[in-house]
Write a protein that binds this ligand. Structure first.
Ligand SMILES: [Zn+2]
Length: 172
C-alpha cells in the first residue's frame, strides 16, 4: 500500500513514561521505531515526529540533543505540537540508574502544566509570563518578555534586545 505524499507517523509517548523508561531506550529504541515508521509510510525525510502526551491529552513535540564533545550529557527540548514555541530547553546527565533525572521530569511536567494554564517562561530571563498575551516578540521558536525583547534584561541587555536580533535576521 502506498501512502499519500507527505504522510508521516508520529510517535506519541505518555509524559509519565519519562519517569520509568531508561534513557537509553529513548536513544536507541525510539530511533528504530522512527525508521520503521519512515519505511511504513514511505516518508522521505529524516525528521523525527516524537511527541509526548500530557495527562490532559495535549501533544507536544520533543527532541533529545547530545552535547558535542562530552559523553553522557544531553538536553531535552519541548515545543508545542506545531513546533512554534519552545517551552523547555533543559540540559541534563542521565542519573546513576540510567534514567532521566527526576528533577528534569518534574520540570517537564511543570512546564506543560503551566502551558496548559496559559503560562510560560520567557526564553531568556525565564520569568513567568502569560502566553501569548505577554509575549513581546519572537525569534524562531523563542518568545520573550517585553523587558528582554527591548534589551532591558537578558542576553542582549543594552544591545537592542531580541528585537534588534530579530530585525537583523534575514530568515534565509
Ligand atoms: Zn525575559
Amino acid at each position: 500500500m502506498e501512502s499519500p505524499t507527505g504522510t508521516y507517523c508520529s510517535i506519541v509517548i505518555p509524559v509519565s513514561s519519562f519517569r520509568s523508561v531508561p534513557f537509553s531506550w529513548f536513544l536507541s529504541e525510539l530511533e528504530d521505531i522512527r525508521k520503521a515508521c519512515k519505511t511504513l509510510v514511505g516518508y522521505r525525510y529524516d525528521n523525527s515526529h516524537y511527541r509526548i502526551r500530557s495527562i490532559s491529552g495535549q501533544e507536544y513535540s520533543f527532541m533529545f540533543v547530545k552535547a558535542p564533545f562530552v559523553t553522557n550529557k544531553f538536553s531535552i527540548n519541548v515545543w508545542d505540537a506545531r513546533g512554534g514555541a519552545n517551552i523547555l530547553d533543559e540540559p541534563f546527565c542521565p542519573d546513576s540508574q540510567g534514567k532521566i533525572p527526576i528533577e528534569i521530569v518534574l520540570q517537564i511536567e511543570k512546564m506543560i502544566g503551566m502551558w496548559e494554564k496559559g503560562e510560560a517562561l520567557c526564553c531568556d530571563c525565564e520569568s513567568k509570563i502569560k502566553y501569548p498575551q505577554d509575549v513581546a516578540g519572537r525569534y524562531f521558536a523563542g518568545f520573550y518578555c517585553a523587558s528582554c525583547w527591548l534589551g532591558n534584561t537578558g542576553r542582549y541587555k543594552g544591545k537592542g534586545g531580541w528585537k534588534l536580533v530579530e530585525a537583523r535576521e534575514t530568515y534565509n
